[in-house]
Design a protein around this ligand. Structure first.
Ligand code: NI
Length: 169
């Protein structure tokens, strides 16, 4: 089931999420709905906070469904390693219409539980490492806009406020 995606300004997006303490049917349903919602958007990643669930869960598929092995579900993920640096344009389903260049690690290894509750460790480079860092940020209440500085950040925030006031956000 596709769930509505919250936008910048909604409190759930701006607060840290709590760890999942048991694989309940609700968590399984959340994961399944997050996968549907990510592919429908379409996006390459989605965090639980973006659909209003303050839990440490994200889904990523940089192939957007083209590679059957591409889907990664991570519950209670943590970084094992991070190195290097990349600078690329980035966007977010919760900040539609905006993009900015964000510094991210070139390589990231994360560890967490998959949708069956089994431990899983995945290494990502390039776009996948970027997606991991972007989604991990979501679980801490950080959006890519928060990673920007000064004028760049102010400009986006001001435009969002204007859209919001006009009822267009
Ligand atoms: Ni995002």
């Amino acid at each position: 089931m596709i769930r509505p995606i919250l936008k910048y300004g909604d409190a759930v997006l701006h607060n840290a999420a709590a760890a999942v303490d048991a694989m309940t049917p609700e968590v399984e349903r959340l994961v399944s709905d997050m996968i549907d919602t990510m592919y429908a958007a379409p996006g390459i990643g989605l965090a639980a906070t973006q659909v209003g669930a303050a839990l440490r869960v994200f889904v990523v598929d940089v192939s957007i469904g083209r590679d059957p092995q591409g889907l990664i579900v991570m519950i209670n993920p943590e970084f094992v390693e991070r190195d290097g640096m990349q600078l690329e344009e980035e966007g977010c389903l919760s900040v539609p219409g905006f993009n900015a260049t964000v510094v991210r690690p070139q390589r990231a290894v994360i560890r967490g539980l998959d949708r069956t509750g089994a431990e899983r460790q995945v290494e990502g480079t390039g776009l996948l490492a970027r997606a991991f860092q972007h989604e991990m940020d979501h679980l801490d209440g950080t959006l890519f806009v928060d990673r920007l500085r000064g004028i760049k950040r102010d400009l986006i925030v001001r435009k969002i406020k204007r859209l919001s006031r006009a009822g267009n956000w």
